[in-house]
Design a protein around this ligand. Structure first.
Ligand SMILES: O=P(O)(O)O[C@H]1O[C@H](CO)[C@@H](O)[C@H]1O
Ligand SMILES: O=c1cc[nH]c(=O)[nH]1
Length: 318
């Protein structure tokens, strides 16, 4: 039978002095150090085949999102915003040797796709975190830029996640490890969330709010959709569920936030989520960090309209 183990974010962190001096990206795996070679299978990178510190040592800022094309467009956008040499149009996919994920680097910014759902982003994050660790990166900020379905908010709003919650509105991620269930915390970096929120105030036509994001295992039944291949609940049940979610502080739904928050928290990454609830939206956020004075983030405008807005039926609820 599965056992429930307590959340242990804090105890897994390095001591206070290490933390305050320099925030390293750390791994919590005693076996890694003794390994002759670490192969990052799904990124097509490795410690023997690639000089990871030379390739990635300057990375300060990582943006992740589901779709490869969006992440390429984001990298091109950042290339222009950072006024780097060339037009950035020919930016190459570092992970071209695999068709699992795409990765683009422009200056200190890494833009990586993660596919859909917890298992997919979790594999990418394991390998990305090891990559940043092997490259000896420190003070890294990571932002998931994605789409989501809004609950009780105007279509087109941007939600910045302070806490990811599961389908029971609980701030937890339950990782099955062998036959144990280990519960991990899903708080995101509040300071970073506030920074992003403050930046958004200066940007017209980008209504932005901070709220909880609910992470589901499924796009259809898990999010109360009535148009999946299977649907065993009534419209009333769906609305009741979404209303309860709203009352619990949930403002949007997507499919990666709990594991994203849990893994960032455990491995020393300042993480936040930033999602657009709109079909044909364009968002620009002026983002500040100690390392990059002013970054402009853009979640690519060409979002697929079929997945961007989930009409929850609560949008008129105040
Ligand atoms: O917009 P992205 O980042 O792909 O993420 C959202 O879109 C997908 C569903 O269409 C899920 O992965 C959800 O989390
Ligand atoms: O998971 C998702 C992503 C986009 N839109 C939704 O409604 N749900």
């Amino acid at each position: 039978m599965a056992s429930i183990l307590p959340a242990s974010n804090r105890s897994m962190r390095p001591d206070k002095n290490t933390y305050e001096r320099k925030r390293s990206v750390y791994v919590k795996n005693p076996y890694l150090e003794g390994m002759d070679e670490d192969i990052l299978y799904h990124l097509d990178l490795g410690t023997k085949t690639h000089n990871l510190p030379a390739m990635f040592g300057d990375v300060k800022f990582v943006c992740v999102g589901g779709s490869p094309n969006r992440m390429k467009a984001f990298a091109q956008f950042m290339h222009k915003e950072l006024r780097l040499e060339g037009d950035g149009e020919d930016i190459e996919d570092i992970c071209a040797g695999t068709d699992r994920y795409c990765m683009f680097k422009t200056g200190p910014v890494l833009s990586v796709s993660h596919g859909m759902g917890i298992p997919s982003i979790s594999i990418m994050l394991h390998e990305l975190i090891k990559l940043l660790h092997h490259a000896r990166c420190c003070d890294v900020t990571i932002i998931r830029i994605g789409t989501s379905g809004g609950i009780g908010i105007a279509p087109g709003s941007i939600v910045i996640t302070d806490t990811a919650v599961d389908s029971f509105f609980k701030p937890r991620f339950e990782q099955v490890i062998l036959d144990n269930v280990v519960t991990r915390s899903t708080e995101l970096d509040k300071e970073l969330a506030n920074d992003l929120f403050n930046c958004s105030r200066e940007i017209p036509n980008a209504p932005t709010l901070i709220g909880h994001t609910m992470c589901t295992y499924d796009f259809y039944e898990g999010q109360g959709r009535l148009d999946g291949a299977l649907c065993s609940f009534s419209r009333e049940k769906k609305l009741d569920y979404l209303k309860r979610a709203y009352r619990a502080g949930v403002r949007n739904i997507e499919m990666e936030s709990t594991v994203f928050a849990a893994m960032c928290g455990l491995c020393g990454l300042r993480g936040v989520q930033h999602q657009l609830n709109k079909d044909l939206g364009k968002e620009i956020v002026d983002f500040k960090s100690p390392h990059i004075r002013k970054l402009y983030l853009q979640n690519n405008a060409k979002l697929d309209s079929t997945k961007a807005t989930h009409c929850c039926g609560l949008c008129d609820t105040s």
